[in-house]
Design a protein. Structure first.
Length: 82
């Protein structure tokens, strides 16, 4: 079992929607049931209180958190109107 599967099973994935940079804050927000902008605000506030640590944690989570699977819809055949 690898770290990506563990994180995916726990609901920690970087969503395709609501990304600003890599989707780390949006993924954490989704996992903990808060607004993505609230998670980003908490990230910035934590950066002011403990400067530097988030700049190390964010890239690590970017690498470790798997991206959300894309849903691929089958192409609809062309049907002329009329």
């Amino acid at each position: 079992m690898n770290i990506h599967e563990d994180m995916r099973r726990q609901g920690l994935v970087r969503p395709q929607q609501d990304r600003v940079i890599a989707g780390v804050c949006a993924g954490l927000a989704r996992r903990f049931g808060i607004n993505p902008w609230g998670a980003r605000l908490l990230f910035v506030l934590a950066l002011m209180v403990l400067p530097g640590s988030q700049l190390i944690v964010y890239p690590i989570l970017w690498v470790l958190m798997p991206a959300e699977d894309r849903v691929v819809y089958p192409a609809q055949p062309y049907r002329p109107q009329g």
